[in-house]
Design a protein around this ligand. Structure first.
Ligand code: IFM
Length: 453
């Protein structure tokens, strides 16, 4: 029998979602169009032409969803605000109905004893601002600050945990670089500018949040993988450096006062992605970006093993295990719990944040209900259990990890994959909007109740 694992008394067990992935009601009650509305309504962008028009209908079913959270025993819930629901024109006139929705949601959570963690930007920005250039233009940071001011003035008395952006790397590189995400632009020159304005807007928003939400804690969420080289070859190691710099250090280094990593400035210059140098960086920007925060949120899913010495020398992420569901989730992402200890240790010891949260972690498995309507998603439970062991080991190593948010509470719209990937611990029947607690949710409930397993 395995030894009992117990977590610190005030460890915050949570689950996470994001507005576009669950809310639906894309054009209800005065909501403006978002970049993701526009993107999903453009043919050929999303698998199966799926959209978030209805998603999990959370805008209508939010009370029920709080009921599910209570049933699972969640202590915290991380969700995001749809900026265009609040400010349909991006700035200016506030849509009271949108504000009321989030205000009721927060009250409902607090009444259920669930601590709200609010993400301000989980990607669905107003389309009207995208038409002005979106994150590629500096004025977007001003608009973000205005939006932050509106929402924190309204909820700041009750919400005490704020996350400015979710995974700015994904927005910059996939939204503006590869075009796999909204707004679908394919130009790394734009991606680099977008990254800067995302970071700048973060730094500018932090004091606004602090002003409007006394005693609140503020942070940002970065995605991070555990990157290793497939061999000791120079090419494989170089692939790790380049990829880690692009996806993590380009964001973490400026946030912690180190400026942009010089190896990547060289890379981007050589790629021709900085034709005018770093002309978008104005005096003082780097200090603003490095405004101290209270915590860092990390989204960890997988290990990436890089092999670069293939015929075309294009680095690949290779499979280091047999391709069984135990080792690989349906996203094609490796289940590698030790990487979670690795990234937590790396970030804590290297950047010294005051506090860390795992703001996302979870697995995509599509296990359907059986004839009794039960969902035996043992691969997800296995993924979670092994990652919880890793969390515990990180805590034992002295890393100030304050909580964990499982991705995701509900099956939901998984961006370019549409509804083909199911990350939820709650099954959603997209035809009827019926929800069923999967076995993993029942297991998580027991973990939360015992504060261990
Ligand atoms: O669904 C996403 C989420 O929106 C951001 N982080 C990764 C998740 C799984 O791909």
């Amino acid at each position: 029998m395995a030894n009992k694992i117990t977590f610190p008394e005030n460890f915050l067990w949570g689950a996470a979602t994001a507005s576009y992935q669950i809310e639906g009601a894309w054009n209800k009650h005065g909501k403006g169009e978002s970049t993701w509305d526009r993107f999903t309504h453009t043919p050929g962008k999303i698998r199966n032409s799926d959209t978030g028009d209805i998603a999990t209908d959370h805008y209508r079913l939010w009370k029920k969803d709080i009921g599910l959270m209570k049933k699972i025993g969640l202590k915290a819930y991380r969700f995001s605000i749809a900026w265009p629901r609040l400010l349909p024109a991006g700035r200016g006139k506030v849509n009271q109905k949108g504000l009321d929705f989030y205000s009721r949601l927060v009250d409902g959570l607090l009444a259920a004893n669930i601590t709200p963690f609010v993400t301000l930007n989980h990607w669905d920005i107003p389309q009207i601002l995208e038409e002005e250039g979106g994150w590629t233009v500096r004025s977007m940071a001003d608009a973000f600050v205005e939006y932050t001011d509106v929402i924190t003035r309204s909820l700041g008395d009750r919400v005490k945990n704020w996350i400015t952006h979710n995974e700015p790397a994904v927005v910059a590189w996939m939204g503006y670089g590869s075009g796999v995400h909204a707004p679908g632009l394919r130009d790394y020159k734009l991606g680099i500018r977008a990254a800067h304005h995302l970071l700048l807007s973060h730094g500018q928003a932090v004091p606004v949040i602090r002003r409007n939400s006394p005693n609140a804690e503020v942070g940002i969420t970065l995605n991070i993988a555990w990157n290793i080289a497939a061999s000791n070859s120079r090419a494989d190691r170089e692939a790790v450096r380049a990829n880690d710099g692009e996806w993590f250090r380009w964001f973490a280094d400026p946030l912690y006062g180190r400026g942009y990593p010089s190896d990547k400035v060289t890379d981007y210059t050589q790629m021709g992605a900085l034709p005018n140098g770093m002309d978008f960086v104005q005096p003082g920007d780097m200090d603003v970006i490095a405004t101290p925060t209270d915590f860092i949120g990390l989204n960890y899913y997988s290990r990436h093993v890089f092999r670069a010495d293939g015929a075309d020398n294009d680095p690949q992420i290779v499979f280091a295990h047999p391709k069984t569901p135990e080792h690989w989730t349906e996203m094609g992402w490796e289940n590698h719990p030790d990487g979670l200890i690795g990234i937590l240790g790396r970030v804590y010891f290297d950047y010294q944040p005051l506090k860390l949260y795992v703001t996302e972690n979870g697995a995509s498995y599509s296990t359907p209900p059986d004839e009794k309507g039960e969902i035996h998603d043992e691969h997800r439970t296995n993924y979670l259990r092994t990652h919880f062991v890793a969390l515990h080991r990180a805590l034992q190593a002295g890393i100030p990890l304050a909580g964990y948010f499982l991705w995701s509470l509900l099956d939901n719209f998984e961006w370019s994959h549409g509804y083909s990937q199911r990350f939820g611990i709650v099954w959603v029947d997209y035809e009827t909007q019926k929800r069923i607690l999967k076995d993993s949710a029942k297991w998580y409930k027991r973990v939360i109740k015992k504060n261990g397993f």
